[in-house]
Design a protein around this ligand. Structure first.
Ligand code: IFM
Length: 447
């Protein structure tokens, strides 16, 4: 076989991503804990009570796995409700818990990236109106100042808010996250308030730590017209893309936030991006449909020939990752792929999904798009929000009852790629022969 390979730049970051509520367990004070207790909110009445038991110290064994697998970076989040259980009261033990995590990563030569808000917030904060009112901005800023003061010496890569657009949609349009609303105008207001809170956090982190490099993780979903020759489909796909994918991105670039009904100046947000996190999973085809007013009259569906994940949640469309990175590189910010992965308990689809998305990423790097790292979602199966434990995104399978982790084939594949900083034809052939032939046609034919 010809020894062909796709090599990544020296120093490229390879890791996985997680979020506090999804892995820690024992989260008693956030809005999600209360939400999970309400009947019908989570599939199968599953809970995050134990999660992956990071609170019990199992992050240590997971970081050992990451280090043994050649990962040199790890994205994780800190839980606001744990750190500030009551307004203005700081929990020293919680801060110590996160210091211990960051020290454990550094001891393994793993670069941490810390997310400050990943879908959960303290119940007291929500009872005061949460992100619906501008009062959220100084509250978030105060929390970020505290975290920067306590953890800032152990981390320089900071992600203010995870997927603000997915949060807005899930909590205020689809109503599947707390507070479970269906109100597009309120969703837009929340999106704007979070944007301003992000800017306050950006400035607070820089004031506290000159070495801080601050960004956020933007969920970028592909939206394409289901019938490209039909203008209403193109209109719906265009506006879903503009309002969902591009709202924050354009605002941070230009200092103006475009809402449905108006555009608002946000000068304090302009330039608040040292790096952009791209969370990319899938692509939708959008058909104009008057029955979907909350989604700008767009009905989303996967293409008939798409390869779908186990539960049909994700369609594999690696070209969409290249496209998303291409669109974002025009803004000139350094980028990381801060999430990418697929739910697939039997690991039937993941090896090919991973290889093809990493090939798209390599192509982006070859085009000189400034992408500096990749974080797979996720190391170990974890609590998947309203879908509970029905979806398994881990490189390692988790038995929630025994807490035993078992490597899937993809864990070994990813480890080989991380260690080599490259994808070779031989690796692709061993883990996913059908895609190896299309990724390395000459090499595989010659073999
Ligand atoms: O688990 C989530 C994560 O919290 C945010 N991005 C998508 C993942 C997979 O659903």
């Amino acid at each position: 076989m010809i020894r062909a390979q796709f090599t990544f730049p020296r120093g490229f970051l390879w890791g996985t991503a997680s979020a506090a509520h999804q892995v820690e367990g024992g989260d008693a004070l956030s809005d999600w804990k209360a939400w999970e207790a309400e009947p019908g909110r989570v599939l199968g009445a599953h809970t995050s009570a134990r999660a992956c038991e990071w609170l019990q110290g199992r992050y240590i064994e997971d970081f050992d796995r990451a280090a043994a697998d050649g990962h040199n970076a790890q994205r994780l989040s800190v839980e606001w409700a744990r750190i500030e259980p009551e307004p203005g009261r700081w929990d020293a033990a919680a801060l110590q818990f996160y210091r211990a995590q960051l020290l454990a990563l550094r001891a393994r030569n793993i670069t941490p990236m810390v997310t400050l808000c990943h879908f959960t917030q303290p119940l007291w904060f929500m009872e005061r109106g949460g992100w619906e009112t501008p009062a959220c901005i100084p509250l978030f800023e105060r929390y970020v100042q505290k975290v920067a003061a306590e953890l800032g010496d152990l981390c320089s890569l900071w992600c203010t808010i995870n997927e603000p657009n997915a949060y807005m949609f899930a909590a205020y349009v689809a109503g599947v996250f707390p507070p479970g609303r269906h109100n597009l105008l309120l969703a837009q207001q929340v999106h704007l308030n979070q944007l301003r809170a992000h800017a306050a956090a950006y400035h607070a982190l820089h004031a506290a730590r000159p070495d801080a490099r601050v960004g956020w993780a933007q969920y970028l979903r592909g939206f394409e017209a289901a019938r490209p020759g039909f203008p209403p489909d193109r209109w719906a796909a265009h506006w879903q893309h503009q309002l969902f994918n591009m709202g924050w991105v354009n605002a941070v670039h230009s200092g103006r936030f475009r809402m449905l009904q108006r555009s608002v100046p946000v000068p304090e947000c302009r330039g608040t991006c040292d790096w952009l996190g791209v969370n990319y999973y899938t692509r939708d085809l959008v058909a104009f449909d008057l029955r979907h007013p909350l989604e700008l009259f767009g009905r989303r569906q996967f293409a008939p020939d798409d390869v779908l994940s186990e539960q049909g949640f994700i369609a594999s469309h690696p070209a969409g990752l290249f496209r998303a990175l291409g669109e974002m590189q025009k803004f000139g910010w350094p980028m990381f792929v801060t999430e990418n992965g697929v739910e697939d308990a039997p690991d039937n689809m993941r090896p090919a999904y991973l290889l093809e998305h990493l090939r798209a990423l390599w192509q982006a790097v070859c085009f000189n798009f400034p992408v500096h790292g990749y974080f797979h979602w996720s190391l170990v199966d974890n609590f998947e929000w309203e879908r509970g434990w029905t979806q398994r995104f881990g490189l390692y399978a988790l038995d929630v009852d025994t807490q035993v982790r078992t490597p899937r084939s993809s864990a070994k594949l990813y480890a080989e790629i991380c260690r080599a900083n490259a994808i070779s034809a031989e690796i692709a052939q061993r883990y996913a022969p059908p895609v190896a032939a299309s990724m390395f046609p000459g090499a595989v034919l010659a073999g």
